[in-house]
Structures are given as structure tokens and as C-alpha cells.
Design a protein around this ligand. Sequence first.
Ligand code: RB5
Length: 142
Amino acid sequence: MLSKIFLSSDHAGFELKEKVKNFLINNSIHFEDLGCTSLEAVDYPDYAKILSKRLKKQNKAKGILFCGTGIGISMAANRFSHIRAALCTSVEMASKCRKHNDANVLALGGRILEDKLALEIVKEFLYTDFEAGRHSLRVDKI
Ligand code: RB5
């Protein structure tokens, strides 16, 4: 069963967040949108922080963050020690960030990715499990 999903974006990631929300709704996947709520300019570190704090309380949950490139918001989220945020631009990266890195947050660039690819990345991230074993020790060292 899928764990709870939290979504959060700045203004540059807002439109892609809305498209991912539609995908989650259409697939009956439980999520919570933590903002932002419009195209009005906001600061991506604030939204990385909001989501990271929620994941601290619900450590089985996953997050998806969006900004223009996915870079800034992933950098900001990775300042929190319980966050392993992976900026992905391909399905292969989404697969590997789950299998090898046990990423608990996916970061996407709303100004970088085509919608279709973004949704394929989201699906791969949500439905791929961590391959424990040799990868566990490395993740523990992060
Ligand atoms: C906002 O203009 C943009 O800088 C931000 O969304 C993100 O791309 C930063 O990494």
C-alpha cells in the first residue's frame, strides 16, 4: 500500500503540482497539498521546510517538491537530516533514487519537464521499493 504523499511547491512549480494532483486524484492516491496555492511569487526554501517538517512527524510518508528547476527546492529540503530528496529528470533516476538511495522526497522542475515525463517519473517514484541489503549501509552513512 502507498504511504501518504505530501506535495509542496513554489510558484514556478505550481502548475506541475496541479497536474500531479490530478493524476493522484484520478488514481485514488491519498495526498495532502501543503501549498503554494497560486502563481504569486513565493520563496522555495519556505515550502521545502513546510514539507520537511511534516515528514519528520510521519516518517513513512513521502514528499514531492516542485520549483522551476527542482534544484533549489531539493537543496533546501536536503538541509534536513531526515530528508533524502532526489531531483529527477528521467524515469531511470526515479527508479534508482528509490532502489539505491531510499529517497523519501522527489523533486521536479516545472520549467524543465514535459508533463508526460513528469507523471512517469512520479509513478516510478511512488511504486518502486528500496532494495535494502548492500544499499542500506550506504544510506545509513548519509
Ligand atoms: C523561481 O524563479 C526559481 O528560481 C525557482 O523556482 C527554482 O527554479 C530555484 O531553484
